[in-house]
Design a protein around this ligand. Structure first.
Ligand SMILES: Cc1ncc(COP(=O)(O)O)c(C=O)c1O
Length: 445
């Protein structure tokens, strides 16, 4: 440990902070702190430049501390710090909604602002329930999620989600009216797929079984991530999302795409809905909406959903839901600047153009020790490792630690390394990421 690092750590009392999704005691015994960030790099507390291979957390798609975003936040903070969004509002929230709905799939033209992905998910579920009720179909109160889905950590999100560790502790208190589709991950059939795998469209037909079991008149919505991120980059098989769309249409069930990580250029287009050519009824997003600079999320809905609420007396509140910080001025200003930056720099297109190079570099890892699958789309890749017997996730976590030592921030989930860099990445930095992963894989236990 160098002197600077010792000085910085000596001043910090690590104890009072309860760190989320982290092994607190292990971390505090050997902390990893990031103290500054610019473009593709973090500066670590021991003064090293760390290449960010995960865009913060699938979020900083335009790169870190970009001047136009920083300036927009500063300017807004100086002119208006806060305004309630209840029966009042401020201009930037409207401008942000306008910018956002300019890049959403056709017909998805209204946005409800929230502060995170988890809030976006719970809000979308509530919109779905209220939508059916306002149309006189109040019996539709069941949700269909999917195994291995991640939809944040609210009670709605963990109920429709399918990550065992996030659910088991709270099992008795999950939403009652939820069922799950099977996940689509199958290494035997689909290992080393480039883009969407061939096998598995039929797994969407399980929705027919659930409709037969529960009856469509009781089902409000189906929620899936177009690409499941947190459980290891699971791509939708060819034809799968189309079939889900078709079955939802047949029975009047709303389809929600949770695009918290797939939104804003991650898969090559603004939204994965556009990449895969399937338009849902609601989209949840967050993270890169503001380049992660200020917390913000949104639920984007089709016009007919918004219009269904705009009935009844004009002085009546149409939807009893919202957050103190919905459309917060700083978040709205950050969103406007971010969406403008994506556009002026053509970053979604840049991601799409780099994707074939990214794919080739990723698949060149095939054959290295422990690697049992590589799967990718846009600027995302999942590299699945054979687990150490009886020690799930241990091998991948060791890869994370070793890559960090070598100056590259990667992310692991279970035994999968999941990479998703900012869209401003250069080819030489792609080389550095995969070269580092390659070196790490060769030395892993
Ligand atoms: C698909 C998906 N939904 C929801 C969330 C939750 O977002 P947040 O952590 O902002 O609440 C995440 C977070 O990674 C996510 O990947």
């Amino acid at each position: 440990m160098g002197t600077r690092e010792q000085e910085l750590l000596a001043q910090l009392n690590l104890e009072p902070l309860w760190i989320p999704f982290t092994a607190n005691r292990q971390f505090k015994a050997n902390p990893r702190l990031l103290v500054a960030a610019k473009d593709m790099y973090y500066t670590s507390h021991d003064g090293r430049q760390i290449l960010d291979a995960i865009a913060g957390l699938w979020a900083v798609n335009a790169g870190h501390c970009r001047a136009p975003i920083v300036e927009a936040i500063k300017k807004q903070a100086e002119s208006i710090d806060y305004a309630t969004g209840f029966q009042m509002h401020h201009p930037s929230a409207f401008l942000a909604a306008e910018r956002l709905t300019q890049i959403t799939p056709a017909g998805m033209d209204h946005a409800f602002f929230v502060n995170s992905g988890s809030e976006a998910v719970d809000t979308a579920l509530k919109i779905a329930l209220a939508y059916h009720r306002v149309r006189g179909e109040g019996t539709r109160n069941k949700f269909i999620g999917r195994e291995r889905g991640y939809h944040g950590v609210g009670f709605g999100g963990i109920s429709v989600g399918g990550m065992t560790a996030n659910r088991k502790t709270f099992g008795g208190s999950l939403l009652p009216n939820v069922d799950h589709l099977p996940h689509t991950h199958n290494l035997e059939k689909n290992a080393y797929s480039r883009g969407q795998p061939e096998w598995g469209a039929h797994l969407a037909d399980d929705l027919e079984r659930l409709v037969a079991l529960h009856d469509a008149s009781n089902i409000a919505a189906v929620i899936v991530e177009p690409v499941a991120g947190s459980t290891g980059v699971l791509l939708p098989p060819k034809g799968y999302l189309e079939r889900l769309r078709c079955i939802c249409d047949k029975y009047g069930i709303l389809l929600i795409f949770d695009e918290v990580i797939t939104g804003f250029g991650r898969t090559g287009k603004a939204f994965a809905a556009q990449t895969f050519g399937v338009t849902p009824d609601l989209i949840t997003c967050a993270k890169a909406l503001t380049n992660a600079s200020v917390p913000m999320g949104a639920v984007i809905v089709k016009k007919q959903i918004y219009d269904a609420f705009m009935t009844g007396p004009e002085n009546a509140i149409e939807f009893y839901h919202g957050y103190t910080y919905s459309g917060h001025p700083l978040a709205a200003a950050a969103a406007i600047a971010t969406l403008d930056l994506f556009k002026t720099e053509g970053l979604f297109q840049r991601g799409e153009e780099l994707a074939p190079y990214w794919e080739d570099c990723a698949h060149a890892l095939r054959g290295l020790p422990h690697v049992i699958d590589v799967r990718n789309i846009g600027l995302v890749v999942g590299i699945e490792l054979e687990p150490i017997p009886n020690k799930p996730a241990a091998r991948a976590f060791e890869a994370f630690l070793r890559a960090y030592q070598k100056g590259v921030l990667i992310r692991t989930t279970g035994d999968t390394i999941a990479l998703s860099p900012p869209l401003i990445i250069e080819k030489s930095q792609i080389d550095q990421i995969f070269e580092t992963v390659r070196e790490v894989l060769k030395t892993l236990p």
